[in-house]
Design a protein around this ligand. Structure first.
Ligand code: HEC
Ligand code: HEC
Length: 216
């Protein structure tokens, strides 16, 4: 239709055409607010404006020299959709060569993870608990700290839930029930192994606390 009706006699589209009328190459980027709706009833939208404008340009822009092309309403709708689709494309950053898109861990973070994997709390890194929990008594530091430090989980679970840690991990509630159902699937043996490790962590926690208290 653009060819047939000779829009380029007045408009430039994609670098081709004339300068009598506004360049339409990026017509679709014009915001809806930039059109004048004072002569249009109904819901003010860019789509409504273009349709009315194509029907009769002079009705909206008095001094317009744009002809009212004889078109049925289907063609008017199609043309309105077409000019609204003429936009600058934002190339997603993932398509640009040489641009790093991943959020890669820093060398420091990698070094810390390597150290934690060699330390006494390695199992909490292997099982991905450290994604949300620090176990500071075993030098396991969580980047996110979404859950509580598990160094004193033995005592904390007892006081918060009135349950033993073993019971809690075998039949978890709250966030941990979702985590252990959907994210980290563990066998009963693995859970018991973690309980043993958390008891060790608690021992270390108590020893470290005692040392600190003496120093005070
Ligand atoms: C004889 C010249 C002429 C021709 C041919 C012409 N136009 Fe226009 N057009 C204009 C002028 C002048 C304006 C600015 C005044 C107005 O808005 O009516 C305009 C405005 C427009 C606008 C609104 C731009 C804006 O954002 O305000 C669109 C969209 C448009 N024309 C599309 C077309 C299409 C599509 C064709 C072909 C079917 C076409 N025109 C043919 C002269 C022309
Ligand atoms: C996606 C984050 C997430 C992961 C991964 C996660 N946890 Fe948790 N965990 C939580 C949150 C949050 C809580 C706090 C309890 C709540 O709000 O339901 C919690 C609570 C706990 C508690 C109770 C601690 C207390 O002091 O009350 C224990 C024990 C526990 N988690 C163990 C683990 C173990 C073991 C792993 C690894 C197998 C693990 N969690 C992995 C988020 C997580």
């Amino acid at each position: 239709m653009v060819k047939e009706k000779g829009c380029r006699a007045c408009h430039k589209v994609n670098g081709r055409g004339n300068n009598i009328a506004p360049d339409l190459t990026y017509e679709g980027d014009k915001s809806a607010e930039s059109f004048d709706y004072s002569r249009i009833g109904g819901f003010p939208s860019a789509f409504a404006w273009h349709q009315r404008h194509f029907k009769n340009p002079k009705e909206l822009v008095e001094d317009s020299i744009m002809p009212a092309f004889p078109m049925n309403s289907k063609d008017i709708q199609a043309l309105s959709m077409l000019v609204m689709s003429w936009k600058k494309t934002d190339i997603p950053v993932a398509y640009l060569p040489g641009v790093e898109t991943g959020d890669k861990p820093t060398p420091e973070e990698l070094e810390q993870e390597r150290k934690m994997l060699e330390g006494p709390g390695a199992i909490f890194v292997e099982k991905q608990c450290f994604v949300c929990h620090s176990i500071s008594s075993m030098d396991v530091i969580s980047p996110a700290n979404i859950g509580p430090d598990l160094s004193n989980a033995v005592a904390d679970v007892r006081s918060r839930f009135g349950r033993e840690l073993e019971e809690f991990l075998l039949n978890p509630t709250g966030t941990m029930s979702v985590v252990l159902e959907k994210q980290i699937i563990l066998t009963r043996e693995e859970k018991l192994q973690l309980v043993e490790k958390l008891k060790e962590a608690y021992q270390k926690y108590l020893e470290q606390k005692e040392k600190e208290d003496k120093m005070d």
